[in-house]
Design a protein around this ligand. Structure first.
Ligand SMILES: Nc1ncnc2c1ncn2[C@@H]1O[C@H](COP(=O)(O)OP(=O)(O)OP(=O)(O)O)[C@@H](O)[C@H]1O
Ligand SMILES: [Mg+2]
Length: 306
């Protein structure tokens, strides 16, 4: 075996140990498995269909139900969640990687103690990161499993490799769709891209469709049925219907105020719908189908794609 092979083995072993350690509640009690945060990734085929609003409003609703929540903004291009928080974080995950900062230092606290981490222009596509830096990042990210019950990931829109990379490693995906014809066709294109990717593990992924900006529940169901019909005809893509968020001027108004509608107008139709969706997500029984791998495994897989 070459020296290089040995080094790679060492590195891989080190990484496994970091992850294993992070999976113990206490490294001295070897038998106790650590609880992993539930990771929910919010995505869409088309931009501007309500991903960021969904991430932040579900975060608020989960907080109201007593859950500890962290939002990871993986939409590197635009300031998204931060605009709705009304505060711009100073640091991002890139500072953990490149400046050696601790993950706790790059978490911005938003309303209701919701943690927010900006992905920065890093992580995915960090193609020439040394294994040492990857190990450091993963060791840090693993701390989030202790700090949160639920981690919501807000992705960018569309079928870029960056978005797909996140979807390929996500356990639970919420696909946002609106009644606009382009939104439905773009959702279908996204599903098609996932479907043909050899790294997609359909049996380990829960895909749920959330119909946004609809006029009625019936509208939302029809929207889902349209997507479901083409997806089951042409793709091998199991999916379920998560619910609807109505078109609501109160949500638009809240966005203007840089505050989530669930805080700004908790009784607005959209806020109540977000509460229903949060309830539904928490009610979903934990089945063997979804094995919670935790955030460190997710980030580790992504860095391997690079
Ligand atoms: N339920 C709703 N009712 C009314 N307007 C809505 C609703 N959901 C979203 N919108 C409008 O759509 C805009 C875009 O929403 P949001 O920023 O959440 O979308 P996005 O998918 O994150 O966009 P991007 O792809 O640019 O990140 C909001 O600012 C708001 O004006
Ligand atoms: Mg957004």
């Amino acid at each position: 075996m070459t020296d290089e092979g040995d080094t790679n083995l060492d590195q891989a072993e080190k990484l496994r140990n970091i992850i294993k350690k992070s999976q113990m509640t206490d490294s001295s009690t070897v038998s106790q498995e650590k609880k992993h945060a539930r990771i929910i990734t919010v995505t869409s085929g088309k931009g501007g269909v309500g991903k960021s609003n969904t991430a932040i409003n579900l975060a608020v609703q989960f907080r109201k139900l007593g859950k500890r929540v962290i939002i990871l903004d993986a939409d590197f291009g635009l300031a998204n969640i931060e605009v709705m928080f009304g505060s711009i974080p100073k640091f991002s995950l890139a500072d953990v990687v490149y400046k050696g900062m601790d993950i706790t230092e790059v978490i911005t606290e938003g309303p209701m103690e919701i943690g927010f981490i900006s992905g920065g222009s890093g992580v995915v596509g960090m193609s020439n990161l040394s294994q040492e830096k990857i190990n450091f990042l993963i060791g840090n990210v693993a701390k989030l499993d202790d700090m949160a019950d639920i981690i919501l990931i807000d992705t960018g829109a569309g079928i870029s490799d960056r978005v797909l990379d996140f979807l390929l490693v996500s356990e639970e995906i919420i696909l946002m769709t609106t009644p606009e014809p382009t939104s439905i066709t773009d959702s279908y294109s996204l599903l098609k891209a996932l479907n043909r990717n050899s790294r997609f593990r359909r049996e380990e992924t829960m895909l749920r469709v959330l119909a946004n900006k609809v006029l009625s529940t019936e509208d939302g169901k029809q929207l889902f049925n349209k997507l479901y019909t083409v997806a089951s005809q042409y793709l091998n893509m199991p999916m379920s219907f998560l619910g609807v968020i109505p078109q609501d001027p109160a949500l638009v108004n809240a966005v203007m105020q840089q505050s989530p509608v669930s805080i700004e107008s908790p009784n607005a139709r959209s806020a109540r719908a977000y509460k229903d969706v949060a309830d539904t997500l928490l009610e979903i029984p934990h089945t063997d189908r979804i094995y919670r791998r935790g955030i460190s495994t997710l980030i580790e897989k992504i860095t391997h794609f690079a």
